[in-house]
Design a protein around this ligand. Structure first.
Ligand SMILES: O=C[C@H](O)COP(=O)(O)O
Length: 259
């Protein structure tokens, strides 16, 4: 089995304008360089608002930074009369390699269904983007003990009609909604329970090789002081980080979770 490269992705949500984005990416790059260890063994990605992407591209290209970037959402349409939407090809034209899809905030505030997340995932893959597909249960479902079944149904919905060769490159982020921005972190065992079940589900839908290749992230109140324990779980391959990704020092420490 090939080792999976850990991935630390910062989801900035609706924070930081393009000037602030410039500063944060530069500071992140300096901070990572100043750290004792090389960070080549961990992939670092930032997902700023759409309006920052061109700026991030310029900084990354100018300084040849080893920082990937992507959007927080995209349209399921290729182009045309869809006011306010951004297409996959617009993102690739800006050098994006990733796109977050189906974040719980999109599902909750914009009524995104599994079908829509699936349609976006198909388009992202076709454009050559790596989707970070978000799944995870709310508090009521967790209290009822149904987190695994609920989350696996979301995974199955997002992957409908997607072929194994396209699944092995994608990233799934397990984000229990009750742990997002609340300071309430799932225990490492909670994260492993669902991330492990997601990998088993992918093996069942496709095959073991595909399941072993997919990277599964945990997201929800990840900080520098809890990341190491979460990363120690065998099916957790990285983190989708919200609030803590807005501070260069803190995000850099998360990237350097091995110390
Ligand atoms: O996409 C990131 C998640 O929603 C986690 O956000 P948080 O780290 O602020 O809890």
């Amino acid at each position: 089995m090939m080792a999976r490269t850990p991935l630390m992705a910062g989801n900035w949500k609706m924070n930081l304008n393009h000037l602030e984005a410039n500063q944060l990416v530069q500071k992140l790059a300096w901070t990572l360089k100043d750290m004792k260890h090389d960070y080549a063994d961990v992939e670092v990605v930032v997902c700023p608002p759409f309006t920052d992407l061109r700026t991030v591209q310029t900084v990354v290209d100018a300084d040849k930074l080893e920082i990937g970037y992507g959007a927080q959402d995209m349209s399921a349409h290729d182009g045309g009369a869809y006011t306010g939407e951004i297409s996959a090809s617009m993102l690739t034209a800006l050098g994006c390699t990733y796109v977050v899809l189906g974040h719980s905030e999109r599902r909750e505030y914009h009524d995104e269904s599994d079908e829509l997340v699936n349609a976006k995932t198909v388009k992202a893959i076709a454009a050559g983007l790596t989707p970070i597909v978000c799944v995870g249960e709310g508090l009521d479902i967790r209290k009822a003990g149904d987190q695994v079944a609920y989350t696996l149904a979301q995974v199955e919905g997002a992957l409908k009609d997607i072929k194994a060769e396209n699944v092995e490159n994608l990233v799934i982020a397990y984000e229990p909604v009750w742990a997002i921005g609340t300071g309430e972190v799932a225990t490492p065992a909670d994260a492993q329970e669902v991330c492990g079940a997601i990998r088993e589900k992918i093996a069942e839908l496709y095959d073991q090789e595909t399941a072993d290749a997919v990277r599964i992230l945990y997201g929800g109140s990840v900080k520098s002081d809890n990341i190491a324990d979460i990363m120690a779980e065998k099916d957790v391959d990285g983190a989708l980080v919200g609030g803590a990704a807005l501070k260069a020092d803190e995000f850099a420490k998360i990237v350097r979770f091995k110390g």
